[in-house]
Design a binder for this molecule. Structure first.
Ligand code: UDP
Ligand code: MG
Length: 334
């Protein structure tokens, strides 16, 4: 299978000295939790590297324009932890943009793991995640137990995943951004021209072989959540409009519904007119208002369909991805 030839391909390009794994961690005002996070992550990664399960790693913390002591804390940690790399963004660009920045810069030869800095994604799950990478291009760490999250967070999150499923976007439920992606998968995601990608819907849409590892969501180590309700709403809107043009169809649906209503209204207006119980001009006014409204909605709907197609085109996501081709060198399953 072509994917299994990944390391060889990378070596051809002269980057064989790159570490096997990059861990990308977006951090925004996380000074309080970072020392703990670094200690726990380092213990796990050093153990994996120590017994040969991991051929080198780098940890890439993307400081998303923090205004607290995060840069200072990171600089201090870096002095003792050579594998720690810090990328600082000029301004707060948001969680998803920080993830994209990290993915773009990650050198991981075999793959990239993304996780939160606040210890809600426990580093101790890493060995399980890495064990699952053997026969998958994407490994989702799925939150089996979210009892530490607030009731509001849990209800909104499950509503979001239900809606996503309804729209036919095959994202695994409760898979956030705690995820491992093979180098091949990362390269495909980076190759998309899309700027504001919401990875948790983009990655599943690409149809890579995936595995899941369940874990218990930890409590935030320290500090406060950076996702107040308006940010969650914004993320959901970005996610859905970024992966589905269904909302654009609403105008068409309203137009059709409006058409049916108009028809009934016209019947009613006509009957009233025939039985002479109307003020002069009422029937025609109702007919015109209802008819024009329906026509406008229908036209908007048609426009929406075309805007939708343009949008999909502009996103440039591949219509398909070939998993293997027996005609190619290396071959694949027959
Ligand atoms: N984060 C970020 N930029 C932001 C908001 C959040 O890099 O603008 C990071 C944050 O530091 C954390 C991760 O994204 O590592 C998830 O954020 P948080 O834990 O606040 O969200 P929650 O778990 O409450 O949904
Ligand atoms: Mg969190």
């Amino acid at each position: 299978m072509p994917d299994r030839a990944r390391p060889v391909v990378r070596e051809d390009r002269g980057v064989s000295d790159a570490p096997a794994l990059s861990v990308v961690v977006p951090a925004y005002d996380e000074a309080e939790v970072l020392p703990d996070f670094a200690a726990r992550l380092r213990a796990v990664l050093d153990a994996l590297a120590g017994d040969g399960r991991l051929d080198g790693y780098e940890v890439l913390v993307v400081d998303d324009g923090s205004r607290d002591a995060t840069p200072v804390v990171l600089a201090r940690l870096r002095r003792e932890w050579p594998q720690l790399r810090v990328v600082r963004l000029r301004a707060n660009a948001g969680h998803q943009a920080a993830l994209s920045a990290g993915l773009r810069r990650a050198r991981g030869r075999l793959g990239v793991l993304t996780m939160d800095a606040d210890l809600q994604d426990p580093p101790e799950v890493l060995p399980d995640v890495l064990a699952a990478t053997a026969d998958a291009d994407v490994v989702y760490a799925v939150r089996g137990d979210r009892s530490v999250d607030s009731a509001l967070k849990r209800t909104t999150a499950s509503a979001f995943y239900r809606l996503v499923r309804r729209l036919g976007l095959g994202a695994p439920a409760q898979a956030g951004d705690f995820r491992w992606m093979s180098r091949a998968a990362v390269d495909v995601v980076l190759g998309l021209p899309e700027q504001h990608r919401v990875l948790r819907l983009v990655v599943p849409a690409l149809g890579f072989d995936a595995a899941t590892v369940r874990y218990v969501r930890g409590a935030r180590g320290a500090g406060r959540t950076k996702y107040p309700v308006h940010r969650m709403l914004r993320l959901s809107l970005d996610a859905i409009t970024g992966s589905s043009t269904a909302p654009l169809r609403l105008a068409s649906l309203f137009g059709l519904g409006g058409g049916a209503l108009t028809f009934l209204l016209l019947l009613y207006a006509l009957v009233s007119f025939l039985f002479d119980s109307t003020v002069p001009g009422w029937t025609s006014t109702v007919a015109i208002v209802a008819g024009v409204g329906t026509l406008q909605l229908l036209c908007l709907g048609i426009l929406g369909e075309y805007v939708g197609r343009l949008y999909v085109q502009a996103q440039g996501r591949p219509a398909y991805l070939v998993a293997s081709d027996t005609g190619e060198e290396g071959g694949g399953p027959p």
